[in-house]
Design a protein around this ligand. Structure first.
Ligand code: IPM
Ligand code: MG
Length: 369
């Protein structure tokens, strides 16, 4: 399924991966994911060729901009992008248009990555880490947040102007077209078909016009995908339901900013944000894969960060962009095994387990491959 500008996949099973190691713990966790990918290559007979690309804080340091000119082109020439994390306090005082986050938003837009998939999964081995009550956790959590990523208030027109009597006033425009809503909706319904066949669409249709359009497009799709169970939910209620009973959700689809907020909430209730992966996809099989956590500057360079979220993001990359399901299964099985063997990084450490470093975790995963 290669896209217009995407390279045709070679028959020699040589895959080109752009690496954005990024800031904070980014380089450390990407390093472990690369170890895992190389082992997969050895076992299944593929070659992964990596190209380092700058984005975010390290790009500001090296080139004076969070999104250097050739970043998008180099990424487009690859089969997929693996990203560690960007940002940190060092760049907090930079002006708005040269902040690391700006690089993240720019690459999403430049590569057309409108579909952001953020699985929130509770692993039985880590259930104690969830802040929810045991009886809630026992019902299980396995939801897929599908967040619209290139539209809405994140990309609308921003203005700042003086008023005669109220001081400065600002606006952030939230706009959505039917086309943008429909393509993310289709992704959600298609994904649900591969899962438990349930879509919850989250909006604020009791207030926002964009949400009313969102809802009407979703209803049209729900009729078309009549084998999938469908429900609307207002965003304030969704925020409650995620802590009350997350087991009720399968696929949750929502606009950009609601998805930003709710995906953090959903990851928190699983208790292990260091374990959660994500994929940002365009309409081809091309995608950018990154852990759901941030750059964690407080623990950067200490070799204690949990690399599993990045390793699982690499597994999503194998599955969604490279069409290598068996290889993705193998990575996921290695993660499961390392946990059942009792190895933990500090963030998910619990009694009776063995605490290991970032690089040790990578080695243990490679051993299990
Ligand atoms: C995320 C992050 C970004 C976002 C920030 C860093 C711009 O919070 O990926 O969820 O808001 O999209
Ligand atoms: Mg966020």
């Amino acid at each position: 399924k290669p896209g217009d500008w995407q390279n045709e996949r070679g028959t020699d099973m040589d895959y080109k991966i752009a690496l954005i190691r990024g800031d904070g713990i980014g380089p450390e966790v990407v390093g472990e994911a690369v170890k895992v990918l190389d082992k997969i290559g050895e076992r299944f007979g593929h070659t992964f060729t990596y190209t380092d690309v700058l984005l975010g804080g390290c790009a500001i340091d090296a080139c004076g901009t969070p999104f250097p000119d050739d970043t998008a082109e180099v990424c487009k020439a690859c089969d997929a992008v693996l990203l560690g994390a960007v940002g940190g306090p060092k760049w907090d005082t930079c002006p708005a248009d040269i902040r690391p986050e700006k690089g993240l938003l720019a690459i999403r837009k430049a590569l057309g990555l409108y579909a952001n998939l953020r699985p929130a999964i509770l692993r039985p081995a880590l259930a104690d880490a969830s802040p929810l009550k045991k009886e809630t956790v026992d019902k299980g959590i396995d939801l897929m947040m599908v967040r619209e990523l290139t539209g809405g208030i994140y990309f609308g027109k921003r203005e700042r102007y003086d008023t005669p009597d109220k001081g400065v006033e600002c606006t952030d425009l939230m706009a959505y077209s039917e086309m943008e809503i429909e393509r993310i909706g289709r992704r959600a319904f298609e994904l649900a078909r591969l899962r438990r066949k349930k879509v919850t669409s989250v909006d604020k249709a009791n207030v926002l016009e964009t949400s009313r359009l969102w809802r009407s497009v979703m209803h049209r799709l729900a009729e078309e995908y009549d084998d999938v169970e469908y429900a609307d939910m207002l965003v304030d209620n969704a925020a409650m339901q995620i802590v009350r009973d997350p087991s009720q959700f399968d696929v949750v689809v929502t606009e950009n900013m609601f998805g930003d907020i709710l995906s953090d909430e959903a990851s928190m209730v699983t208790g292990s944000i260091g374990m959660l992966s994500s994929a940002s996809l365009n309409e081809t099989s091309f995608g950018l894969y990154e852990p759901s956590h941030g750059s964690a500057p407080d623990i950067a360079g200490k070799n204690i960060a949990n690399p599993i979220a990045t390793v699982l993001s690499a597994a999503m990359m194998l599955r969604y962009s490279l069409d290598l399901d068996q290889e993705a299964d193998a990575v996921e099985a290695a993660v499961k095994k390392v946990l059942s063997d009792g190895y933990r990084t500090g963030d998910i450490m619990s009694e009776g387990c063995t605490q290991v470093s970032t690089t040790q975790m990578g080695d243990l995963l490679v051993e299990r491959l």
